[in-house]
Design a protein around this ligand. Structure first.
Ligand code: CA
Length: 224
């Protein structure tokens, strides 16, 4: 999944980015409110981590602007301890959760997982389809109980497909939700990844579950 971190303290931003990348997410970072707001409105994120005290436009004003624009992406507020008033205000403005700094890494991970689950139909940390099971906590994928060896990018694509099973996903959507801003814009690479994923899944004895839709993209659904 793709996450935007809006945080002006470089150390905190890079630390949070590192933790999220370990969780196999694609991460973009904005160091001030205005560029965070611009990114949030122009790109497709699955989650936004938003600091309150930011140079230029503060986090609460950014949040208000995003919600006024109708953006419904989950927002996790990052705030220093003692800013209780700001946290309450943030929740009232449409934040989904908050995390007080300094925070424990385990708590950051758990809250991110919880927010990414919130919009999904399935609340379990294990996403399944047929014989396939993807554990978002342990980052393991099994087919009929057999562990699959996947690269981080393959895992991320599979997670995005599974979170949106039975929905038609264009290559553009996959690129937007799995890559950060470094995506080169060549959709052939997505075809390559899908082919590799299919091969790996089918080698484990699972019938085809990633289907190509002509001129459309891909849909993941139960084998017929
Ligand atoms: Ca700050």
């Amino acid at each position: 999944m793709r996450v935007l971190v809006v945080e002006d303290e470089k150390d905190v931003a890079s630390f949070v980015g590192k933790v999220l990348r370990q969780e196999k997410h694609a991460v973009d970072i904005a160091y001030d409110g205005k560029s965070g707001e611009d990114k949030a409105l122009s790109e497709s994120y699955d989650l936004i981590l938003l600091d309150i005290m930011l140079p230029g436009k503060d986090g609460l004003s950014v949040l208000r602007a995003l919600r006024d624009e109708g953006l419904r992406t989950p927002v996790l507020i990052l705030s220093a301890r003692g800013e209780v008033h700001d946290r309450v205000k943030g929740l009232d403005l449409g934040a989904d959760d908050y995390l007080a700094k300094p925070f424990a890494v385990a708590e950051l991970r758990a809250r991110v997982r919880s927010l990414l689950r919130r919009n999904a139909e399935v609340k379990s940390p294990v996403l399944t389809l047929g014989a396939l099971a993807l554990d978002t906590v342990g980052h393991e994928v099994r087919v009929n109980g057999t562990l699959m060896e996947l690269t981080n990018r393959e895992y991320a694509i599979l997670e995005y497909l599974l979170r949106n099973k039975n929905r038609l996903l264009s290559k553009g959507m996959i690129a937007e939700h799995v890559w950060d801003f470094h995506f080169e814009g060549d959709y052939n690479i997505i075809e390559v990844y899908i082919r590799r994923l299919r091969t790996k899944i089918e080698e484990c004895g699972c019938p085809r579950i990633i289907h190509t839709v002509r001129n459309g993209g891909y849909v993941m659904r139960e084998p017929e």
